[in-house]
Design a binder for this molecule. Sequence first.
Ligand code: ADP
Length: 297
Amino acid sequence: MRMVFVGEAMVELAPEAGLYRRGFAGDTFNMAWYAQKLAPDWQTDFVSAIGDDAISAEFSGFVAQAGIGTAHLQVIPERSLGLYMISLQNGERSFAYWRGQSAARRLAEDAAALNAAFAAADLVVFSGITLAILEGKGCDRLAQALQAARATGARIAFDPNIRPRLWASGDEMRACLTRFAGLSDIVLASFDDEAAHFGDGDRQATLARYLSAGAGAVVVKDGAAQVLAQIGGQSYAYSPDPVHSVTDSTAAGDSFNAGFLTAWLAGQPVEAALAAGAALAGRVIQYRGALAQQALA
Ligand code: ADP
């Protein structure tokens, strides 16, 4: 199997003992990192763009070290990685971002490179953040490459991961997310985002809306609450085991996606795939940071 994850990874600066610890994270990159750990015998590639500077080279080394393919990290010499800084105030985390000029915004500039990256993929995964950051006609080129990959048998998975601040307007955001849901075999949504930005009254409404947009299947995550899904015309509801000591909910949705998608791609029954997603996410939120090695032990 070959899994391809498309999007932006950033430099992460996290406070630790009066200094900042440097890491790398980003929604689709986190998914790739967990997916590679869960399915080490499959090929996992991260499709993005980086600069030709030292920090970009460090990132590329980090990706390779994690067992993730770097062949489709395009180099945009005049750009570099985006960056975010975590601040802790009274135990609450907040984030400041410097990503407006990141190389990843141009990851869909070259249609041929995108097609080559998706060739012979069994699964292509992207998110609403991937769409939000693309410059110029990037979304149209991504749509074409996804359609071409799908036509040759790849399954397309989409997490809307709604971040209104990355979009020019709410209407543009909703139209674009709806368009790409219609190009996807499966949409993996988080209910709180969907309720806030599409006005869905309940999880069923989110499910129905994405199905009517043309999604092949839909999974709706909702924190500790039941995960609803409609896959292959069948309805499912899965209750995650409750986690009482949540340390850091970062990457809950990303790790759920990795657990679910690797099991689903392996041909496991839907219930088992939902359970695999929820089990991994339930462990990840008990550790600090987006990439929790301890959650995989
Ligand atoms: P995100 O907001 O990061 O996209 P969600 O909050 O919807 O993600 O959570 C994704 C998944 O993580 C849930 O479907 C569930 O399986 C798991 N999860 C999150 N919070 C909890 C919790 N408090 N207890 C158990 N599982 C949780």
